[in-house]
Write a protein that binds this ligand. Structure first.
Ligand code: CP
Length: 344
């Protein structure tokens, strides 16, 4: 457990393969003990602050329940009810919370160009681990759970597994780019053959695409980008279709002066999404993938838009295994990075 004590967990790309393996092994051990009903009080009396700039079901509850199960306590902080909404800086907030507890977990995912920078500024100013519960660049607690799920299905050696990460239609809201970015950067480190598919204009951040390409050189995997969901699904072992926002509109949000402007950008994004309603994961598309292929989604999924009920509720779907693994991986990340005071 000691190898990562005091470390931040902001992007999986910041971690070594050994550290990621260590987190997966710890998650598996904690999962086994949870199912046996064996207590795991690894962080007795410790406090984790959970700071949310956005909504959450899985992440919040994985961290809150997880911290209780580790013997500590998690405080939920709604940014709108804190002095952050009056302009208190990331550095000042981080320094103050760090003085009162043992870890700070942050979700800041809606504005492209802000969230990751916020976490990095907070990390610079605080001496407790900063854990990324989803930013604009990565969703590393989700992708670790996804990797654990794939390891449970296929064992430790995931080399050569063909994974389709595809855009899918959503009428709900302009979703962050961080899940597909997190997937292409993490899965390519484990030798997987990753195909990213999206319509024109839905490009991911260039540096995450560059990481994905570079990772394949070391891991022996592959990475390609196509403009067709069908092409990505062809012979895939794993399909992971989900929605995200139009790149230039997501970037435009940072300059929005008020809620009215943000709302207008959001509507423009949804109008663009509606041009691609046929980007849905349905039974026909699942047949393009290999017979044993699995359907993955971070959830919440837009049923009837991103995916049909037939697929998400079908035998190939492993979404609830992924969701459960959010608990075990959140616990592993906190247990491996947080430490008792006084810090040595
Ligand atoms: N997958 C995920 O992060 O879910 P929540 O938004 O509910 O936390």
């Amino acid at each position: 457990m000691s190898m990562m004590k005091g470390r931040d967990y902001i992007e999986t790309q910041d971690l070594s393969i050994e550290e990621i393996q260590h987190l997966l092994d710890t998650s598996a051990e904690l999962k086994e003990k949870f199912h046996r009903g064996e207590p795991t009080p690894l962080l007795p009396n410790q406090t984790a602050f959970l700071l949310f700039f956005d909504k959450s079901t899985r992440t919040r509850n994985a961290f809150e329940a997880g911290m209780t199960q580790l013997g500590g306590h998690a405080h939920f902080l709604d940014v709108a009810l804190s002095q952050i909404s009056h302009g208190e800086t990331a550095a000042d907030t981080g320094r103050i919370l760090a003085a009162m507890g043992h870890g700070i977990c942050v979700r800041h995912d809606l504005i492209l160009g802000q969230g990751n920078q916020y976490l990095r500024e907070m990390a610079e100013a605080s001496d407790v681990p900063i854990i990324n519960m989803q930013c604009d660049v990565d969703h590393p607690t989700q992708t670790l759970a996804d990797l654990l799920t794939l390891r449970e299905l296929h064992g430790d050696n995931l080399s050569g597994l063909k994974v389709a990460v595809s855009w899918a239609y959503s009428p709900a809201y302009a979703k962050p780019l961080s899940v597909p970015q997190g997937l292409i950067t993490l899965l390519t480190r484990f030798g997987m053959k990753v195909t990213l598919a999206h319509p024109p204009g839905y490009d991911l951040l260039e540096h995450t695409v560059d990481h994905a390409k570079d990772n394949t050189v070391k891991s022996g995997g592959s990475f390609e980008i196509v403009d067709s969901m069908d092409a990505a699904f062809e012979d895939a072992d794993v399909v992971y279709p989900k929605s995200w926002g139009v790149r230039h509109l997501m970037e435009a949000k940072i300059a929005a002066k008020d809620e009215t402007e943000l709302h207008a950008i959001e509507n423009e994004c949804l109008t663009s999404n509606a041009k691609y309603k046929d980007w849905i994961c349905d039974g026909r598309r699942m047949k393009l993938a290999r017979d044993h292929a699995v359907y993955m989604h971070c959830l919440p999924a837009d049923r009837g838009s991103e995916v049909t009920d037939e697929v998400i509720d079908g035998e190939q779907s492993i979404v609830f295994q992924q969701a459960e693994n959010r608990l075990h991986t959140a616990k592993a990340i906190m247990a491996c990075t947080m430490r008792e005071r006084p810090f040595s």
